[in-house]
Design a protein around this ligand. Structure first.
Ligand code: ARG
Length: 468
């Protein structure tokens, strides 16, 4: 009976324990259900560690070769789906190490010389986040290119610009699209910036204090593609800033996508009809045959909530943690994996959806022709040509708007005499000033909405993105 109990104890750390863990304890303690995703990084990290131990003569060539071959076999087993994950072995690190024991026998035990799972998981996880950033950054670039293509096709398409979702001034659709290019480029920078910061290697910090073995941390750091080893072993095993950086960059990016998704929901509605989302990204209603629901856009909007939620989980998890490692840190991966999966999905869907969007140029133009949309242009004109102060001009135009409203017409429909009562010198040119084409053309200030400005910005972006 005693023997049976002992066998059930954890083979990796069971030495000082006299009884096994309960099933319920196993359930809360185990992370293999999600950290199996670190398998490749864990093997990569172990190979580098063992090569270093061998070079430093901490383990023999023979043991090193055996371990590395064993790890290669495990990698294949995982790739082929032959690897059996075991909840009782807690996490990916112990699952792999235990399988190594199965494959090569007791020499497997040398793998854990001069390291702990604390520096091991911190290193694996950094590599995983780094790889994920590279994938997300290229997906962001893909989205930027799609926005850029729409911008190019619509650099002079006129639409109403909104503030408070009230018609404000005419703008160009290309200009609106370029706003998202700017946002996404900041997202990209944010990810790349966190990548630069995370690229220091925790391996060799062991549990928290470093190690008495003559290891070469610079060697493992270089081998694993890091810029340098982390300079403080306590920080190295307890720091999860890189995870927070990653998730917060993702949260901001998802919010940008969500804002556009919201615009798509509005714009594709019967009331707006600014754009049409392709059939492949819309769904029908089971009761209302006429419906075309923008489900993909709505779900992109919703996923931003889940991603932001993960940021809060992660920050809250960290806020009370004393240095160095605490098991709470095991839960960081769930948040990060969920964020990655969601952001990967929404970026992929958005890029595809953008490719198939139809822009209803005619509707956009008609909608931009709504009453009083060029009222500011009239005020600006009075300032430029008739020496009004802007405040004065604003008041005068306000009165004209009221007058037109009373008559149930637009500013351009007012009799010239009405304008002349306000400014006797005013002449026909006023009608030209009030057109939406003139309005957008006149917004030539740097970064403004005029087609010439938009074209210039598009060309700049195309150059910047060449070769990406
Ligand atoms: N699965 C653990 C994690 O993800 C590995 C580190 C465990 N370290 C320890 N001292 N129990 O955090």
């Amino acid at each position: 009976m005693k023997k049976k109990v002992l066998e059930k104890k954890n083979a990796m750390w069971g030495g000082r324990f006299s009884s096994q863990t309960t099933d319920i304890m196993e359930q809360i303690n185990s992370s293999i259900d999600f950290d199996y995703r670190l398998a490749n990084q864990d093997i990569q990290c172990s190979v580098a560690h063992v090569q270093m131990l061998c070079k430093q003569k901490i383990i023999s060539n023979e043991v090193s070769d055996k371990i590395i071959n064993g790890l290669k076999t495990i990698k294949k087993e995982i790739e082929n789906g032959d690897f059996k994950y075991n909840v009782k072995l807690e996490d990916i690190h112990m699952n792999i190490e235990s399988q190594l024991h199965e494959l090569i026998g007791p020499d497997a035990g040398f793998i854990h010389t001069a390291r702990s799972r604390n520096d091991q998981v911190a290193t694996d996880f950094r590599i995983w986040v780094r790889d994920s950033i590279d994938i997300l950054v290229s997906l962001i670039s893909r989205n930027m290119r799609e926005f850029l293509t729409i911008a190019e096709n619509n650099y002079d398409t006129i639409m109403p610009g909104f503030t408070h979702l009230q018609t404000a001034q005419p703008i160009t659709f290309g200009h609106h699209m370029l706003a998202y290019v700017e946002m996404l480029s900041r997202d990209k920078e944010r990810f790349l910036d966190s990548r630069r910061r995370l690229n220091e290697c925790p391996l060799g910090s062991a549990a928290l204090a470093g190690t008495s073995f003559p290891i070469d941390r610079f060697m493992t750091s270089e081998e694993l593609g890091f810029d340098k080893p982390m300079a403080n072993s306590i920080d190295a095993v307890s720091d999860r800033d890189f995870a927070v950086d990653f998730v917060s960059s993702a949260a901001i990016c998802s919010i940008h996508l969500s804002r556009f998704a919201e615009e798509l929901v509005l714009w594709s509605s019967e009331q707006f009809q600014f754009v049409q989302i392709s059939d492949s990204f819309s769904t029908g209603s089971s009761i209302m045959p006429q419906k075309r629901n923008p489900d993909a856009a709505e779900l992109i909007r919703a996923k931003a909530g889940s991603i932001s939620g993960a940021l809060v989980s992660l920050l809250t998890m960290l806020k009370g943690l004393p240095l160095a490692y605490s098991k709470d840190l095991q839960e960081d991966k769930e948040a990060v994996f969920r964020v990655y999966d969601n952001l990967f999905l929404v970026l992929s869907v958005m890029a595809e959806m953008l490719k198939e969007i139809t822009v209803n140029k005619k509707v956009l133009r008609e909608s931009a022709s709504s009453r009083f949309i060029t009222a500011t242009d009239l005020a600006d004109y009075l300032v430029k040509d008739y020496n009004y102060s802007f405040r004065q001009a604003h008041k005068v135009v306000g009165n004209l708007v009221r007058e037109a409203e009373n008559l149930g017409c637009d500013l351009k429909d007012l009799d010239l005499e009405v304008f002349k009562q306000i400014e006797p010198e005013i002449h026909n040119q006023i009608l030209e000033i009030l057109t939406i084409d003139n309005s957008v053309k006149s917004k030539k200030s740097y970064g403004g909405t005029s087609p010439t400005q938009v074209k210039e910005r598009i060309i700049e972006w195309q150059k910047r993105m060449m070769g990406e």
